[in-house]
Design a protein around this ligand. Structure first.
Ligand SMILES: Nc1ncnc2c1ncn2[C@@H]1O[C@H](COP(=O)(O)OP(=O)(O)OP(=O)(O)O)[C@@H](O)[C@H]1O
Ligand SMILES: [Mg+2]
Length: 216
């Protein structure tokens, strides 16, 4: 399975009259690492939220595998968000009441492809991949920003999603962890995933297949 994401003539006007993404179109294909760059406030997070179906465009459409996501009901959208899309949010949004391990397991709970007794080991492997194995029992409030970021990345990959959306995924990381994260995202793209990364980090250019600059 593989996924394409087609953004067609998208405009977003927020309630306060702020216009971003004026007529933005792009076709994102599987097997590629896309870096989205551009100034603060340009509309990068807005674009990612629209692709991730957590926000709607004012005009235009988003097709995932050729299907207009606006035409899906909330259930179908929730399913896509949980199984097909892995989202690393700019603000992490870990559940503050759960440990790192539990945070990574949550999305697996609705995935019938992962057996109940496999979840824990899979989650530990993912955390280990990002050097966060020691944090298994820690709650977000007990972690540094970079640690929370790495747990959020592990959680986004929990269901091995076809589409990976990452908003500034290295914003809180040191160089070593930054390289781990970018290399992992690159490897996922090489394995056929559709990887879309918003970043201010110039190093992303060493990993990306295509660089898209969003202008306000
Ligand atoms: N919910 C909202 N209501 C009103 N305006 C918003 C809302 N969300 C974003 N904006 C505005 O839209 C513009 C684009 O915001 P967005 O978060 O997409 O920028 P960005 O490119 O991700 O910036 P950064 O690099 O700082 O993360 C900004 O001017 C912002 O103030
Ligand atoms: Mg942003």
């Amino acid at each position: 399975m593989s996924s394409t994401v087609e953004v067609k003539k998208v405009f977003k006007t927020y309630g306060n009259g702020t216009d971003v993404l004026k007529n933005f179109s792009y076709k994102f294909e599987e097997g590629k690492f896309y870096a989205i760059m551009g100034r603060s406030g340009a509309g990068k997070s807005t674009l990612l939220n629209i692709i991730g179906t957590v926000d709607k465009p004012t005009l235009g459409e988003v097709l995932i595998n050729g299907k207009d996501v606006a035409k899906l009901n909330e259930d179908a959208k929730a399913k896509i968000r949980m199984k097909e899309i892995g989202f690393v949010f700019q603000g992490f949004y870990l559940n503050p009441y759960l440990s790192a391990l539990e945070n990574v397991i949550v999305p697996m709970r609705i995935n019938s492809d992962i057996k109940k007794d496999e979840r824990k080991n899979l989650a530990i492997d993912l955390l280990d991949k990002f050097g966060a194995k020691d944090l298994i029992d820690s709650k977000p409030s007990q972690m540094s920003g970079g640690e929370q970021q790495r747990v959020a990345i592990a959680r986004a990959l929990a269901n091995n999603p076809e589409i990976i959306l990452a908003d500034e995924p290295t914003g809180n990381l040191d160089e070593e962890n930054e390289a781990v994260v970018f290399s992992c995202l690159k490897e996922l793209a090489e394995n056929g995933h559709t990887v879309i990364v918003v970043s201010h980090n110039e190093k992303v250019k060493d990993y990306a297949d295509e660089i898209i600059v969003i202008e306000r």
